[in-house]
Design a protein around this ligand. Sequence first.
Ligand SMILES: Nc1ncnc2c1ncn2[C@@H]1O[C@H](COP(=O)(O)OP(=O)(O)OP(=O)(O)O)[C@@H](O)[C@H]1O
Ligand SMILES: Nc1nc2c(c(=O)[nH]1)N[C@H]1C(S)=C(S)[C@@H](COP(=O)(O)O)O[C@H]1N2
Length: 181
Amino acid sequence: MTLKARIGIVTVSDRASQGIYEDLSGAAIIDTLSSYLTSPWEAVYRLIPDEKDEISETLKTLVDDEKCCMVITTGGTGPAVRDVTPEATEAVCDRLMPGFGELMRMESLKYVPTAILSRQTAGLRGNSLLLNLPGKPKAIRQCLDAVFPAIPYCIDLMDGPYLVCDEKVIRVFRPKDSFPQ
Ligand SMILES: Nc1ncnc2c1ncn2[C@@H]1O[C@H](COP(=O)(O)OP(=O)(O)OP(=O)(O)O)[C@@H](O)[C@H]1O
Ligand SMILES: Nc1nc2c(c(=O)[nH]1)N[C@H]1C(S)=C(S)[C@@H](COP(=O)(O)O)O[C@H]1N2
């Protein structure tokens, strides 16, 4: 039986959380994942301000209680004083996955010279992958297109749900000996 994957989506933005602007970046994550995934999944969405403890608590709840196999954040990765999403993420990770941030910054440089201003990172908490994306709506697809090919196999390795993607939209990579359970 295919398990329905639960994927956390956390928008970290003072202004979007106050209703000053609409959260287009959270919506862009949902749209992008909907275009990639053909296996069943559901979004568990949160919209919160740039407060370190609140971000960490939200990530913990989504992993430990809501049983999300992955949590994707957007916003709060830059150098502004209130940008603390990477620190809040690292605080709740057991292990870090630095390759994700490295690849996303490298790919983002093809679009904006300010790509290096994002301190976006990734890590593991229990059986879940936590991944930071920058706040700009356009950055969502640019970053996810770069790293998503490795994500289904990463989740397989943590005994998570088997994610199937539309090959015409995103080509994921699994070593040849990896089969669905
Ligand atoms: N979630 C979002 N939805 C729509 N637009 C966004 C979002 N996050 C960022 N932006 C856009 O990107 C611009 C630069 O992002 P910035 O990092 O300053 O946003 P932010 O983190 O939401 O800001 P703040 O938390 O200070 O309100 C914003 O001015 C806004 O136009
Ligand atoms: N792909 C991509 N990466 C990007 C950007 C972008 O527009 N596209 N914006 C950059 C800018 S201008 C900043 S300040 C940092 C941090 O953004 P954040 O604080 O909204 O997370 O992300 C960078 N990375």
